[in-house]
Design a protein around this ligand. Structure first.
Ligand code: ADP
Ligand code: MG
Ligand code: ZN
Length: 480
């Protein structure tokens, strides 16, 4: 038996979160009528001239900075030549040398609970191709160019990963970071984050690289894991039979769980890269790079430590770390005072679902962080019950006013006043004497029934804890 170890390097494509394409003003929206979001530039008409999207540049640099890469103040676009029916230019506009970002690294958790870091080779900008749609019924293939020209970054790692577990952990971490930073939406089913896996085997401990297979375009973490496991078995069998591993490009069939050869692997010179003459060098002034660096939010790791120290639940922490604006909103509400746990639970249960329903970013919602903080205080004081807040939340959210005033106006505040409550409690005891006697005799479960009646009599405004206390005091078996 040969003792072989896997060597894995990844090339990740992430669609940048811009409204328009990389070199024209066509929208990048997903799911539009085929060929409705195209123009002379992205459909490759002769003589049409590309113009660089500044936002894409900013996002690529932001990704690089967050990954510890060096941002080049001057980089170049090249033409990478292919012939594909969904590539109208006959070339992809990509960066060879120098790319926008070089170097960097990302650390992730290993199976034994430790951490490991994988080095990055580069982060570069490029445009996406269109899509071929195969209509099997009619026996034709159609071309949809809506996606053509969509901005991507490609992140290339060094061959530093050594198992399917490591590759998946690395990718999950990278995906979460880029989504958190709003560099990409990262919807994997829509291909906004996809990955090519390069994998070879070598004798354990060797420093030389073996011949690799490259599995193209995997769009789920699970498929990445499965494809790697399959390749390890396939390549090991070749080595054991003394047969050569071919350098080839592979496709992963997720239904069969197998890889299959697409073509022998091309080398860089096969693409006849040459400088794209229609685009000037990409220039990012040092001052811009510095401003982007200063504008980087706290890293998710750092933020996590802070949230853990606040005593938030894991589910709440994970939610707040999904998007930088969730965390920003939370921090702004927290700065207004109010208990972190109540703010987080209001965000988790009511506020963020509402924002999502309306497709609005939290910081643009009519309910400002200060209002949510005020609501958290009201909740903590017990002045208004959780149920009532839930019921009125839609209105509170939309009002664009401090919820305290609105709740007051609605008479929603709880009756905590002892005198008023005592009266209602006495009324309930008089109305349900049998149940009252049962409780007094020690049948504890009757209490919730009686509290329910007090709530009903008060039109839902009684403070349930106070009501229970008063009932207990009235009905407690006296003396022993
Ligand atoms: P190409 O652009 O032709 O695919 P690169 O040299 O840019 O080739 O490498 C692409 C990816 O493949 C990188 O992530 C790199 O780390 C990885 N890689 C290169 N050689 C090997 C190898 N022998 N085994 C595993 N991964 C490799
Ligand atoms: Mg490659
Ligand atoms: Zn266009």
């Amino acid at each position: 038996m040969l003792d072989l170890e896997p060597v894995i390097g990844l090339e990740i494509h992430a669609q940048l979160l811009t409204r328009t394409k990389l070199f024209c003003a066509c929208p990048t929206e997903f799911g539009a009528e085929p060929n409705s979001n195209i123009c002379e530039v992205c459909s490759g008409q002769p003589g049409a001239l590309p113009r660089m999207n500044g936002k894409a540049l900013e996002l690529a640099a932001t990704a690089g900075l967050a990954l510890g890469s060096r941002v080049n103040s001057r980089s170049l676009f090249s033409r990478k030549n292919y012939f594909y029916p969904d590539l109208p230019n006959g070339f992809q506009t990509s960066q060879l040398d120098p790319p926008i970002c070089e170097g960097g690294s990302l650390s992730f958790r290993t199976a034994d609970g430790g951490t490991k870091s994988a080095r990055l080779n580069r982060v570069h900008l490029e445009d996406d191709a269109g899509k071929c749609v195969h209509d099997e019924k009619r026996g034709v293939s159609l071309v949809d160019l809506n996606r053509a020209g969509t901005p991507l970054i490609e992140i290339v790692t060094e061959p530093d990963l050594s198992s399917s577990y490591e590759a998946m952990e690395f990718l999950k971490k990278l995906h979460a970071l880029l989504v958190f930073l709003k560099v990409t939406e990262g919807r994997m089913e829509e291909g906004e984050f996809r990955c090519d896996v390069n994998i070879s085997l070598r004798p354990r401990g060797s420093s030389q690289l073996g011949v690799r297979g490259e599995i193209k375009n995997l769009n789920s973490f699970k498929f990445v894991g499965q494809a790697i496991e399959y390749e390890i078995v396939r390549q090991t069998a070749l080595y054991e039979r003394g047969e050569p591993v071919l350098q080839e490009t592979l496709h992963f069939d997720s239904r069969k769980g197998e890889t299959r050869s697409l073509r022998s692997k091309e080398e860089a010179h096969d693409y006849r890269y040459f400088p794209q003459p229609d685009l000037p060098p990409v220039v990012v002034p040092e001052a811009t790079i510095e401003a982007l660096r200063r504008g980087l939010p706290e890293s998710p790791e750092r933020a996590r430590e802070r949230l853990v120290a606040l005593g938030l639940r894991e589910a709440q922490i994970a939610l707040l770390l999904e998007r930088v604006e969730f965390l920003e909103y939370f921090d702004q509400a927290l700065a207004q005072g109010g208990e972190s746990g109540k703010i987080a639970s209001l965000m988790e249960e009511l506020f963020l679902p509402q924002c999502q329903k309306e497709g609005i970013s939290p910081l643009e919602a009519p309910m400002k962080p200060a209002f949510l903080a005020s609501l958290a205080k009201i909740l903590a004081s017990g002045a208004v019950g959780r149920r009532k807040i839930q019921e009125l939340f839609g209105e509170l959210y939309l009002s664009g006013r401090d919820p305290a005033a609105l709740l007051e106006a609605k008479g929603a505040s709880q009756i905590s006043d002892e005198g008023a409550l005592r009266e209602i409690v006495a009324g309930v005891i008089a109305k349900f004497p049998q149940d009252a006697r049962k409780y007094a005799a020690g049948e504890e479960k009757v209490l919730s029934f009686l509290v329910g009646k007090v709530m009903k009599e008060s039109g839902g405004r009684a403070n349930p804890q106070k009501a229970a206390e008063l009932l207990k005091a009235e009905l407690a078996p006296r003396g022993v």
